[in-house]
Structure formats: C-alpha cells, structure tokens
Design a protein around this ligand. Structure first.
Ligand code: FES
Length: 110
C-alpha cells in the first residue's frame, strides 16, 4: 500500500491509498481528482500535471526529456511540476504529497 495525499485547488487534503506499480494519475482519478489524462500516458498532453511537494520531488525518478517538454506547455507549471501519468507508485513513495494545479481542465468547462 502506498499512501498519497492530494491537495486540491480548493485547499482540501484528500488521503488516498494506491498500490505498488499503479500510476499516480490512476490513483488521482480514482480519488476524484480532476485530471483528465487525455493521452493515456503517452506524454502528449499535460492534463495530468501535478505539483509535487518539494520534499518529495527529489525522491522521484527524474523526468525524461519528453516529459519536460510537455511540462513547458502546462498551465500553472512550477519547479516541482510532474506529469502524474509518469510517476509509478512504489513503497518508497509512501507518504507522497502532490498538489492539483488550479488550471486543471475540468474547471474551465464550467
Ligand atoms: S496523460 Fe497525457 S501526459 Fe500524462
């Protein structure tokens, strides 16, 4: 079990429990976070963008160049931004905290 805390754009904390090998995007969606994940982890969209808590950012395997390129196009990008579809949960990430950016697409639909 890998525990993750999502901080929503409204400032709510949502605790979730994922599984070893599950992607962070899958867990976020299962927890009701408004991440579309339009391209299904092909690194061709940025709708799965999350901002990782600084103390956790360095514990993640670094982003590959394609991910960096996509993040450059993401709205509300921060120094610790990542594409959640590229983060695979492992026991080492138990306790992970990530923030959902305000610019998540769902909010623009009205
Ligand atoms: S789902 Fe498209 S880049 Fe993550």
């Amino acid at each position: 079990m890998v525990r993750v805390t999502f901080l929503t754009a409204k400032g709510e904390r949502v605790a979730a429990e994922g599984e070893d090998g599950q992607s962070l995007l899958e867990l976020a969606q299962a927890s009701g976070m408004p991440l579309e994940g339009t391209c299904e982890a092909q690194m061709a969209c940025s709708t799965c963008h999350v901002i990782v808590a600084p103390e956790w950012f360095d514990k993640l395997p670094p982003a590959v160049e394609d991910e960096e390129d996509m993040l450059d196009l993401a709205a509300g990008v921060a120094r610790t931004s990542r594409l959640s579809c590229q983060i695979v949960l492992t026991p080492a990430l138990d306790g992970l905290e990530v923030r959902i950016p305000e610019e998540a697409r769902d909010m623009q639909r009205g």
